[in-house]
Design a protein around this ligand. Structure first.
Ligand code: ADP
Ligand code: MG
Length: 243
Protein backbone atom coordinates (compact mmCIF):
# COMPACT_ATOMS: atom_id res chain seq x y z
CA UNK A 1 0.00 0.00 0.00
CA UNK A 2 1.44 3.43 -0.94
CA UNK A 3 2.37 5.86 1.84
CA UNK A 4 -0.55 7.81 3.32
CA UNK A 5 -0.50 11.55 2.61
CA UNK A 6 -3.03 14.27 3.35
CA UNK A 7 -1.93 16.84 0.77
CA UNK A 8 0.20 17.04 -2.36
CA UNK A 9 1.08 20.62 -1.37
CA UNK A 10 1.40 21.75 -4.97
CA UNK A 11 2.47 25.38 -5.16
CA UNK A 12 1.25 27.83 -7.84
CA UNK A 13 3.65 27.79 -10.80
CA UNK A 14 4.63 24.13 -10.38
CA UNK A 15 4.63 22.12 -13.61
CA UNK A 16 2.13 19.29 -13.72
CA UNK A 17 2.21 16.39 -16.17
CA UNK A 18 2.65 17.19 -19.84
CA UNK A 19 2.21 20.89 -20.25
CA UNK A 20 0.18 22.11 -17.28
CA UNK A 21 1.03 24.65 -14.61
CA UNK A 22 -0.63 24.65 -11.16
CA UNK A 23 -2.68 27.77 -10.36
CA UNK A 24 -4.31 27.07 -6.99
CA UNK A 25 -5.93 24.45 -4.77
CA UNK A 26 -9.72 24.58 -5.26
CA UNK A 27 -11.00 21.54 -3.43
CA UNK A 28 -9.95 18.91 -0.96
CA UNK A 29 -11.54 15.71 0.24
CA UNK A 30 -10.60 12.37 1.70
CA UNK A 31 -9.67 10.79 -1.62
CA UNK A 32 -7.66 13.58 -3.16
CA UNK A 33 -7.27 17.21 -4.09
CA UNK A 34 -8.55 19.34 -6.94
CA UNK A 35 -6.32 22.04 -8.41
CA UNK A 36 -6.98 24.71 -10.95
CA UNK A 37 -4.35 24.28 -13.64
CA UNK A 38 -3.41 26.12 -16.83
CA UNK A 39 -2.39 24.52 -20.08
CA UNK A 40 0.93 26.23 -20.81
CA UNK A 41 0.57 26.19 -24.62
CA UNK A 42 -2.97 27.54 -24.84
CA UNK A 43 -3.48 29.40 -21.58
CA UNK A 44 -6.72 27.40 -21.08
CA UNK A 45 -7.67 26.82 -17.44
CA UNK A 46 -8.81 23.38 -16.36
CA UNK A 47 -9.27 21.32 -13.22
CA UNK A 48 -7.09 18.40 -12.14
CA UNK A 49 -8.48 15.95 -9.60
CA UNK A 50 -5.46 14.16 -8.16
CA UNK A 51 -6.10 11.03 -6.13
CA UNK A 52 -4.11 10.28 -3.00
CA UNK A 53 -2.15 7.15 -3.96
CA UNK A 54 -3.31 5.23 -0.87
CA UNK A 55 -6.98 5.85 -1.87
CA UNK A 56 -6.52 4.64 -5.42
CA UNK A 57 -3.56 2.24 -5.40
CA UNK A 58 -4.39 0.48 -8.68
CA UNK A 59 -6.06 3.48 -10.37
CA UNK A 60 -9.39 1.66 -10.25
CA UNK A 61 -11.33 4.56 -8.79
CA UNK A 62 -9.98 7.12 -11.20
CA UNK A 63 -10.49 4.84 -14.20
CA UNK A 64 -14.08 4.02 -13.25
CA UNK A 65 -14.80 7.67 -12.57
CA UNK A 66 -13.34 8.71 -15.93
CA UNK A 67 -15.31 6.02 -17.81
CA UNK A 68 -18.52 7.10 -16.18
CA UNK A 69 -17.94 10.76 -17.04
CA UNK A 70 -17.12 9.78 -20.60
CA UNK A 71 -20.28 7.68 -20.92
CA UNK A 72 -22.32 10.68 -19.73
CA UNK A 73 -20.45 13.33 -21.72
CA UNK A 74 -23.59 14.42 -23.61
CA UNK A 75 -25.49 15.26 -20.42
CA UNK A 76 -25.07 19.03 -19.97
CA UNK A 77 -24.95 18.91 -16.16
CA UNK A 78 -22.02 16.46 -16.11
CA UNK A 79 -18.58 18.02 -15.83
CA UNK A 80 -16.67 17.49 -19.05
CA UNK A 81 -13.82 15.02 -18.70
CA UNK A 82 -10.79 15.57 -20.92
CA UNK A 83 -8.10 12.98 -20.18
CA UNK A 84 -5.99 11.48 -17.43
CA UNK A 85 -2.31 11.99 -16.62
CA UNK A 86 0.03 9.69 -14.73
CA UNK A 87 2.09 11.71 -12.28
CA UNK A 88 4.82 11.27 -9.72
CA UNK A 89 4.43 13.65 -6.78
CA UNK A 90 6.50 13.39 -3.60
CA UNK A 91 7.96 10.21 -5.11
CA UNK A 92 4.51 8.59 -5.31
CA UNK A 93 2.79 7.46 -8.49
CA UNK A 94 -0.73 8.69 -8.96
CA UNK A 95 -3.34 9.75 -11.51
CA UNK A 96 -4.86 13.12 -12.25
CA UNK A 97 -8.19 13.43 -14.01
CA UNK A 98 -8.15 16.54 -16.16
CA UNK A 99 -11.52 18.10 -16.81
CA UNK A 100 -13.19 21.39 -17.55
CA UNK A 101 -12.95 24.04 -14.86
CA UNK A 102 -16.58 24.42 -13.81
CA UNK A 103 -17.79 27.98 -13.53
CA UNK A 104 -19.41 29.26 -10.38
CA UNK A 105 -18.94 27.93 -6.87
CA UNK A 106 -20.05 24.96 -4.77
CA UNK A 107 -23.76 25.20 -3.92
CA UNK A 108 -23.01 24.90 -0.19
CA UNK A 109 -20.85 28.02 -0.28
CA UNK A 110 -23.38 29.88 -2.44
CA UNK A 111 -26.17 29.12 0.07
CA UNK A 112 -23.99 30.42 2.93
CA UNK A 113 -23.61 33.76 1.18
CA UNK A 114 -27.38 34.36 1.39
CA UNK A 115 -29.00 36.16 4.26
CA UNK A 116 -29.74 33.72 7.08
CA UNK A 117 -27.48 31.22 5.22
CA UNK A 118 -30.49 29.81 3.39
CA UNK A 119 -32.45 30.39 0.20
CA UNK A 120 -35.98 31.68 -0.08
CA UNK A 121 -38.37 28.84 -0.94
CA UNK A 122 -39.00 30.03 -4.49
CA UNK A 123 -35.25 30.21 -5.24
CA UNK A 124 -34.71 26.81 -3.62
CA UNK A 125 -37.45 25.39 -5.84
CA UNK A 126 -35.70 26.85 -8.89
CA UNK A 127 -32.43 25.22 -7.88
CA UNK A 128 -34.22 21.91 -7.28
CA UNK A 129 -35.92 22.11 -10.66
CA UNK A 130 -32.62 22.74 -12.48
CA UNK A 131 -31.04 19.86 -10.62
CA UNK A 132 -33.88 17.50 -11.56
CA UNK A 133 -33.67 18.59 -15.21
CA UNK A 134 -29.92 17.97 -15.15
CA UNK A 135 -30.16 14.55 -13.51
CA UNK A 136 -32.93 13.24 -15.77
CA UNK A 137 -30.73 12.41 -18.79
CA UNK A 138 -28.30 10.62 -16.46
CA UNK A 139 -31.06 8.38 -15.11
CA UNK A 140 -32.49 7.90 -18.60
CA UNK A 141 -29.09 6.59 -19.66
CA UNK A 142 -29.47 3.95 -16.91
CA UNK A 143 -26.85 5.68 -14.76
CA UNK A 144 -26.78 7.61 -11.49
CA UNK A 145 -24.59 10.18 -9.74
CA UNK A 146 -24.20 8.31 -6.49
CA UNK A 147 -23.18 11.17 -4.19
CA UNK A 148 -25.47 14.16 -4.73
CA UNK A 149 -24.86 16.83 -2.08
CA UNK A 150 -24.32 20.58 -1.95
CA UNK A 151 -20.53 20.38 -2.33
CA UNK A 152 -20.72 18.23 -5.46
CA UNK A 153 -22.89 20.76 -7.27
CA UNK A 154 -21.31 23.84 -8.83
CA UNK A 155 -23.73 26.70 -9.35
CA UNK A 156 -23.57 29.85 -11.40
CA UNK A 157 -26.61 32.13 -11.62
CA UNK A 158 -27.33 32.90 -15.30
CA UNK A 159 -30.07 35.26 -16.32
CA UNK A 160 -33.31 34.13 -14.73
CA UNK A 161 -31.98 30.61 -14.12
CA UNK A 162 -28.89 28.72 -13.03
CA UNK A 163 -26.12 26.83 -14.67
CA UNK A 164 -25.41 23.71 -12.61
CA UNK A 165 -22.57 21.22 -12.95
CA UNK A 166 -22.25 17.95 -11.11
CA UNK A 167 -18.81 16.75 -10.03
CA UNK A 168 -17.56 13.72 -8.12
CA UNK A 169 -19.56 10.83 -9.57
CA UNK A 170 -19.47 7.49 -7.81
CA UNK A 171 -19.40 4.12 -9.39
CA UNK A 172 -20.98 1.58 -7.07
CA UNK A 173 -21.52 -0.91 -9.90
CA UNK A 174 -24.87 -2.13 -11.24
CA UNK A 175 -27.83 -2.43 -10.91
CA UNK A 176 -28.58 1.27 -10.96
CA UNK A 177 -32.24 1.47 -9.87
CA UNK A 178 -31.44 1.42 -6.16
CA UNK A 179 -28.83 4.15 -6.65
CA UNK A 180 -31.22 6.22 -8.75
CA UNK A 181 -33.67 6.19 -5.84
CA UNK A 182 -30.84 7.35 -3.62
CA UNK A 183 -30.11 10.19 -6.06
CA UNK A 184 -33.75 11.29 -5.71
CA UNK A 185 -33.53 11.24 -1.90
CA UNK A 186 -30.21 13.09 -2.01
CA UNK A 187 -31.66 15.66 -4.40
CA UNK A 188 -34.50 16.33 -1.97
CA UNK A 189 -31.93 16.56 0.80
CA UNK A 190 -30.14 19.26 -1.21
CA UNK A 191 -33.45 21.14 -1.42
CA UNK A 192 -33.85 20.76 2.36
CA UNK A 193 -30.31 22.10 2.88
CA UNK A 194 -31.05 25.03 0.56
CA UNK A 195 -33.96 25.92 2.85
CA UNK A 196 -31.85 25.95 6.00
CA UNK A 197 -32.21 22.32 7.11
CA UNK A 198 -33.75 21.12 10.35
CA UNK A 199 -33.68 24.50 12.13
CA UNK A 200 -36.12 26.03 9.64
CA UNK A 201 -38.17 23.03 8.57
CA UNK A 202 -41.17 23.65 10.84
CA UNK A 203 -41.78 27.10 9.35
CA UNK A 204 -41.52 26.12 5.69
CA UNK A 205 -44.51 26.61 3.38
CA UNK A 206 -46.58 23.46 2.80
CA UNK A 207 -45.42 23.25 -0.84
CA UNK A 208 -41.80 22.83 0.33
CA UNK A 209 -42.72 20.42 3.12
CA UNK A 210 -44.64 18.20 0.71
CA UNK A 211 -41.47 17.75 -1.37
CA UNK A 212 -39.20 17.17 1.64
CA UNK A 213 -41.72 14.66 3.04
CA UNK A 214 -39.98 14.92 6.41
CA UNK A 215 -37.00 13.27 4.63
CA UNK A 216 -38.75 9.93 5.14
CA UNK A 217 -37.38 7.48 2.61
CA UNK A 218 -40.61 5.54 2.12
CA UNK A 219 -42.71 8.64 1.66
CA UNK A 220 -40.27 10.18 -0.82
CA UNK A 221 -40.17 6.92 -2.76
CA UNK A 222 -43.98 6.80 -2.83
CA UNK A 223 -44.41 10.43 -3.93
CA UNK A 224 -41.49 10.51 -6.34
CA UNK A 225 -40.69 6.97 -7.57
CA UNK A 226 -38.62 8.47 -10.39
CA UNK A 227 -37.27 11.85 -11.49
CA UNK A 228 -40.03 12.20 -14.06
CA UNK A 229 -42.62 12.24 -11.27
CA UNK A 230 -40.65 14.82 -9.30
CA UNK A 231 -40.28 16.98 -12.40
CA UNK A 232 -43.99 16.70 -13.17
CA UNK A 233 -44.81 17.71 -9.61
CA UNK A 234 -42.50 20.75 -9.81
CA UNK A 235 -44.07 21.83 -13.09
CA UNK A 236 -47.69 21.39 -12.03
CA UNK A 237 -48.25 21.76 -8.30
CA UNK A 238 -50.78 24.31 -7.12
CA UNK A 239 -49.60 27.12 -4.88
CA UNK A 240 -51.47 27.69 -1.64
CA UNK A 241 -48.91 30.18 -0.34
CA UNK A 242 -48.32 33.62 -1.78
CA UNK A 243 -44.66 33.84 -2.84
N1 ADP B 1 -13.98 20.52 -12.46
C1 ADP B 1 -14.08 21.31 -11.39
N2 ADP B 1 -14.15 22.66 -11.52
C2 ADP B 1 -14.23 23.47 -10.43
N3 ADP B 1 -14.23 23.03 -9.17
C3 ADP B 1 -14.16 21.69 -8.97
C4 ADP B 1 -14.08 20.77 -10.05
N4 ADP B 1 -14.03 19.52 -9.55
C5 ADP B 1 -14.08 19.66 -8.22
N5 ADP B 1 -14.16 20.95 -7.85
C6 ADP B 1 -14.21 21.47 -6.48
O1 ADP B 1 -13.40 20.65 -5.66
C7 ADP B 1 -14.18 20.06 -4.62
C8 ADP B 1 -13.69 18.62 -4.37
O2 ADP B 1 -13.83 17.87 -5.58
P1 ADP B 1 -14.56 16.47 -5.61
O3 ADP B 1 -14.44 15.92 -6.97
O4 ADP B 1 -15.94 16.63 -5.04
O5 ADP B 1 -13.64 15.62 -4.63
P2 ADP B 1 -13.90 14.85 -3.27
O6 ADP B 1 -13.99 13.42 -3.67
O7 ADP B 1 -12.69 15.16 -2.50
O8 ADP B 1 -15.18 15.36 -2.65
C9 ADP B 1 -15.63 20.15 -5.09
O9 ADP B 1 -16.50 20.23 -3.99
C10 ADP B 1 -15.62 21.43 -5.91
O10 ADP B 1 -15.76 22.54 -5.04
MG1 MG C 1 -17.01 15.80 -3.49
Amino acid sequence: MPKKISSFELRPGRKLGHGYVVQSLIGKGIEGEVYEIKEADTGIHRAAKIYFPHCDPRNQRSIRHARKLDALRRCPIVLLYHHSESLTIKGLRTTAMISELCPGEPLGRWIERHSGKRLRPYIALQVLYHLVLGLQPIHRAGEYHGDVHTDNIMIEPRGVGFSLKLVDFYDWGKPAKFKQNQDIRDTINVFYDCLGGRDHYAKLPPEAKYICAGLKHNLIQKRFPNLGKLRQHLEEFQWETVV
